[in-house]
Design a protein around this ligand. Structure first.
Ligand code: ADP
Ligand code: MG
Length: 274
């Protein structure tokens, strides 16, 4: 299973939209996809018309079971969406209390990773929507992921926030003694008619070219309409400019996945000992 996380400590930059768009595009390609809502505000859960106040089972249940040492089959937490091949591990507000629990509990950082390992027979991809604050949920997302996607709104203040996000990521990786986690910065909400957006994009290209996705996600009013309808943007309007941009992002992300090694590696020619 491939695991990607969208993260940024700034809200309103397109994290949830990115996760839903990439996840449902993968599902359209026939991949089995699990969307994971780690944000206690549950906007992805709400997108699919699940009420996070009413749900009794959520990501929170994983942490509870771990604390109480009770066995739990994570499949019982999964909700379906109207989209074929697309499921959701929902969020509830109780998750906002996890950081208080985390202080006294060992080993809470790998709960999501272990859960996804259990679910990896059922899904080809997990795409995680990360809360905008550093805490046990973000730590879990980082530990479980092979790539981070950092949506950044193309404007000056948002780019300042990006520096903070990169510092946070470095802190989490250091604390976890993890060497590195590849990340892709995705310019979002780009309005090419404004000079601020153009300057924002230029500034990203100057300062972050190593990790920057070469395209951008344009402002597209269809996203809000899709969200109101509770239908992922690619199923709502597959030809919209925003969806086409996410398709191009997805193609580039898929191209980054290292090819699995050939079944039988060719025997390397050895140098004769001197
Ligand atoms: P975050 O998860 O970072 O808080 P969201 O994905 O929820 O951000 O996006 C915030 C709001 O902006 C939502 O109402 C969403 O529909 C809208 N939105 C996201 N991306 C775009 C876009 N490219 N064009 C227009 N509206 C967008
Ligand atoms: Mg969100």
């Amino acid at each position: 299973m491939r695991v990607w996380t969208a993260a940024n400590q700034k809200g309103g930059v397109g994290k949830t939209t990115t996760v839903i768009s990439l996840g449902s595009l993968l599902a359209l390609r026939g991949h089995r996809v699990l969307l994971v809502d780690l944000d206690p505000h549950g906007s992805m859960t709400g997108y699919f018309k699940y009420d996070s106040d009413q749900l009794t089972l959520s990501v929170y249940t994983l942490f509870q079971a771990n604390a109480q040492k009770t066995p739990l089959d994570p499949r019982t937490l999964v909700c379906h969406t109207p989209i074929e091949h697309l499921d959701l591990l929902p969020s509830t507000l109780a998750m906002a209390t996890l950081d208080r629990m985390a202080g006294k509990l060992e080993g809470m950082g790998l709960i999501l990773k272990n859960t996804l390992q259990t679910l990896s027979i059922d899904y080809d991809f997990a795409v995680i929507d990360c809360p905008p604050m550093l805490g046990v949920l973000m730590v879990n997302a980082v530990a479980a992921s092979e790539r981070l996607i950092i949506p950044v709104q193309t404007e000056f203040l948002a780019i300042k926030g990006l520096e903070r996000m990169i510092q946070t990521l470095a802190m989490v990786l250091k604390a976890r003694k993890t060497l590195d986690l590849p990340y892709t910065i995705v310019p979002t909400l780009f309005d090419r008619r404004t000079r601020a957006a153009q300057e924002g994009l230029d500034s990203l290209r100057q300062s972050h070219s190593d990790h920057l996705w070469q395209g951008y996600i344009p402002v597209d009013t269809r996203f809000r309409e899709a969200s109101k309808a509770g239908i992922p943007p690619p199923q709502f309007d597959p030809r919209s400019r925003g969806v086409l941009a996410y398709e191009s992002l997805l193609a580039d992300l898929l191209a980054e996945i290292p090819a699995s090694p050939p079944a039988m590696a060719p025997v390397a020619a050895r140098e004769a000992p001197a």
